[in-house]
Ligand binder design. Structure first.
Ligand SMILES: Cc1cc2nc3c(=O)[nH]c(=O)nc-3n(C[C@H](O)[C@H](O)[C@H](O)COP(=O)(O)O)c2cc1C
Length: 388
């Protein structure tokens, strides 16, 4: 019987095996340890799979959960990708749909990073079957590198380190035109397994903003979903260093609010507190500043559809990065918990998409200054060791 265990962050084994420990990366005083993986990707790890995985771990994932776990095979060219079942979001993502999208984005970036090294990544999704209704311990994919000088290079790969989820107010005076959106679509070159639609039509935008605000209101007023998010909120640099994932609240103001006891998880859970009200209004302002909306949908909702949605999600995000367009997902109204059911239906009716098709990603677009990268666990902490 084979059992799995994660190599610990500071485990001596990982340092010896991979030669790069979380705590030994050279950083300038100003750089934070939790951003180191964005620099490590450029350095290389002396193994073609690790070199590509160093980019894959920079993929977007819901609540920055980074649900990927990798078991490298002894053949030097392949690995199995697993979902870390301890990183699911059972309340806001009860079907693990969003988590699977994140894993799809991871595989897509892996493919690009392999191609620049002259390798084609052959990906066999769900080699032991597609897990429903939730993910289980079976692999998400088996991935094998084959030397192939003609492996298709995606020109968007060079934007991987600059890609961001832009959780900021968008500029009021800079509109997104239909031409900008058409250019985004052309640049992203999405697969033909997903569809992407957009709107800048004012009345429709207002209806969508209203739905997004109501969806956000439902998520924050439903205890289980709100508490899931606050439990995963890292307040201040110290907490982010300890857990470079989840929702990171960083910056001098946040450190001050924390020190004064204004911002903590208990207060965030307390309706009427400054922390709770501030969080709600922060997000409502984000929604209000949307200059355009876009949505990525699939004709059905299989696990394969979800992986493909993740691949196209990151393509869109890279294309937006190239064009200087800020992209921010607003996922609340797509979530499958009971309290959201009516709004989920209302939204899908508004945009004319009916089951079995569904929207996998809803985004607001606009223009904004580029934010800092988001934290990541270092690659070596995402590798699995199998014990007999
Ligand atoms: C399926 C999925 C759903 C997401 N939903 C939201 C969302 O509703 N709101 C949000 O601010 N970010 C959302 N994100 C973005 C993640 O929070 C983000 O990818 C993560 O924090 C890492 O940041 P980065 O994309 O800048 O690297 C989502 C990402 C994925 C893959």
């Amino acid at each position: 019987m084979i059992s799995r265990r994660t190599i610990l962050t500071t485990g001596a084994a990982s340092v010896v095996v991979l030669g790069a420990s979380y705590l030994s990366v050279n950083l300038s005083d100003k750089e934070e340890i939790f951003l180191a993986p964005w620099g490590s990707a450029l350095k290389g790890f002396g193994d073609i799979r690790l070199n590509a995985l160093a980019y894959a771990i920079l993929a977007p994932s819901p609540h920055n959960r980074q649900p990927w776990q990798v078991h490298l095979h002894d053949d030097g060219v392949s690995y199995d990708l697993y979902c870390d079942l301890g990183r699911l979001l059972p309340e806001t993502d009860p079907q693990n749909r969003q988590i699977t999208i994140g894993l799809g984005a991871f595989l897509e970036l892996y493919k690009y990073a392999a191609a620049v090294q002259g390798y084609r990544a052959d990906i066999v999704p769900f080699p032991k079957g597609e897990p429903y209704p939730i993910l289980d311990s079976r692999p998400i994919a088996t991935v094998t590198l084959k030397e192939d000088a003609s492996a298709v290079q995606n020109p968007l790969f060079k934007y991987t380190l600059a890609r961001r989820t832009v959780r900021q107010n968008f500029k009021k005076d800079k509109h997104v035109s239909q031409h900008d959106l058409d250019e985004l679509f052309r640049t992203a070159k999405l697969s033909n397994q997903t569809s992407f639609a957009t709107t800048i039509e004012l009345a429709k935008m207002e209806r969508l903003k209203d739905m997004c605000r109501r969806g956000w209101g439902i998520e924050t007023s439903t205890l289980a979903t709100h508490h899931e998010s606050t439990a995963l909120t890292r307040i201040g640099a110290k907490e982010v260093r300890q857990n470079p994932d989840g929702i990171s609240l960083l910056g001098p103001m946040m450190e001050m609010y924390k020190a004064l006891g204004i911002m903590n998880r208990d207060k965030m859970n307390m309706s009427g507190s400054a922390a709770f009200d501030g969080t709600v209004s922060f997000y409502n302002k984000l929604i209000d500043s949307a200059a355009a909306f876009g949505w990525l949908s699939t004709p059905s909702n299989t696990r394969i559809d979800q992986l493909q949605a993740g691949a196209d999600w990151v393509r869109l995000n890279l294309a937006a990065t190239k064009l200087g367009i800020a992209m921010h997902p607003l996922s609340h109204i797509l979530q499958e918990f009971t309290e959201m059911d009516d709004l989920y239906t209302e939204f899908h009716q508004e945009i004319g998409i009916g089951a079995p098709a569904r929207v996998q990603g809803l985004f607001r677009f606009g223009y904004a200054d580029t934010p800092k990268a988001s934290p990541r666990w270092p690659l070596e902490t995402r590798l699995l060791k199998f014990e007999l």
